[in-house]
Design a protein around this ligand. Structure first.
Ligand code: NAD
Ligand code: TYD
Length: 352
């Protein structure tokens, strides 16, 4: 049985990847390593937590000794590394957390893989999940390709860029088999309501202001989270060692246009008078260093591995809104902080 370590599996994207792998590969044992920061929520994985091929491990990737011990106790065949601090606004108010988790944590994993895999590197894979934000900001035209030079602007994107460089350095210097993918903005169920879409869905439902940064003219390329998880599955199994793959939705939206569309959908779903939700839009001070536009050219992934996004955006957005509206308990638990008690109740008490 192959042992796969997925880091950050209690987070937004990680939980979709863990679910996919646990269900699709009964002959893999999936170890989900997560510190359960504010962004980690085991309630995201209730449906698979009792599966025989799944184990949750609570731990911090910044803790070097812990990581070395974990790798010496389990002979992992592969690592899919998603654990990170992921929110740009938090990286502006507290950059240090990002340096520790995203850079030091990644190097701890690389060191543990390098040390423990040294006798049969060719059968292993270290897959690092990254973001398109490492490429910086585009003007009105053009796309990020795998050859676009790195030009990060926020502490978040700079820490992810740094970790990408270190992953490549471990490949080039030590021969560690690595693969990297850089994906555009994800949306879908289980995203922490600090990111644009879940925050705005939550606020519209509760008649709270919708804080649009600057003029709302920034552009993002949105991809449904399950399409990202499917791309990760494909790259993990068929990607070429040492390569980078860009993943994107080919789905660019100016923030204000996206917010207007969301308001329209929400009015309909909540049975409100058309035009009600958009009255909540409030323009606020722009984010410092706010990247104007991200747009991914994912043709390499499409051409070489045959991946393509499965959902049209309007459909994906509808599914997403329905999910949040029908999971009010999840949103309440996340916004009240109750979800952080789940680990204690479910795991720690059982251990005693
Ligand atoms: P998230 O913030 O929802 O989840 C991150 C997870 O990592 C949480 O479960 C958290 O508890 C865990 N974690 C944080 N610090 C840790 C530590 N020190 N040790 C162990 N676990 C720790 O993030 P996400 O949006 O799911 O993003 C996952 C990955 O995908 C990140 O690497 C991010 O850079 C990348 N990414 C995200 C997007 C996006 O749109 N969300 C797009 C492209 C790439
Ligand atoms: P976000 O979801 O934080 O993702 P990222 O910054 O990684 O792209 O933000 C998406 C876009 O929405 C980004 O241009 C910032 C903007 N935004 C707002 O206008 N208001 C908000 O409250 C948030 C969270 C984001």
């Amino acid at each position: 049985m192959k042992k796969i370590l997925i880091t950050g599996g209690a987070g937004f994207i990680g939980s979709h990847v863990v679910r996919l792998f646990v269900n699709k590969y009964p002959d893999y044992h999936i170890y989900n390593l997560d510190k359960l920061t504010y962004a980690g929520n085991l309630e995201n994985l209730l449906d698979i937590e009792n599966k025989p091929n799944y184990t949750f491990v609570k731990g911090d990737i910044v803790d070097d000794e812990f990581i070395q011990k974990l790798f010496s106790e389990h002979i992992f065949d592969g690592v899919i590394h998603l654990a990170a601090e992921s929110h740009v606004d938090r990286s502006i108010s507290n950059p240090m957390e990002f340096i520790f988790t995203n850079i030091v944590g990644t190097v701890n994993l690389l060191n543990a893989a390098k040390f423990n895999w040294k006798d049969n590197m060719d059968k292993k894979l270290f897959y690092h999940i990254s973001t398109d934000e490492v490429y910086g900001s585009l003007g009105d035209t053009g796309y990020f390709t795998e050859e676009t030079p790195y030009d990060p602007h926020s502490p978040y994107s700079a820490s992810k860029a740094s970790s990408d460089h270190l992953v490549r350095a471990y490949h080039d210097t030590f021969g560690l088999p690595v693969v990297i993918s850089n994906c555009s903005n994800n949306y879908g169920p289980n995203q922490f309501p600090e990111k644009l879409l879940p925050l705005f869905i939550h606020n519209i439902r509760n008649n709270k202001p919708l804080p649009v940064y600057g003029k709302g003219e920034n552009v993002r390329d949105w991809l449904f989270v399950e399409d990202h998880a499917n791309a990760i599955d494909l790259i993990f199994h068929q990607g070429k060692v040492g390569e980078t793959y860009n993943i994107g939705g080919n789905n660019e939206w100016k923030n204000i246009d996206l917010i207007m569309l969301l308001c329209k959908i929400m009015d309909k779903k909540l049975g409100r008078e058309p035009g009600t939700s958009k009255k909540l839009i409030t323009y606020v001070k722009d984010r410092a260093g706010h990247d104007l536009r991200y747009a991914i050219d994912s043709s390499k992934l499409q051409r070489e591995l045959g991946w393509s996004p499965s959902l049209q955006f309007e459909e994906g957005l509808g599914i997403t809104v329905d999910w949040y509206l029908s999971h009010q308990q999840w949103l309440d638990s996340v916004t009240s902080g109750d979800y952080q008690k789940y680990y204690e109740a479910q795991y720690v008490k059982r251990e005693r």
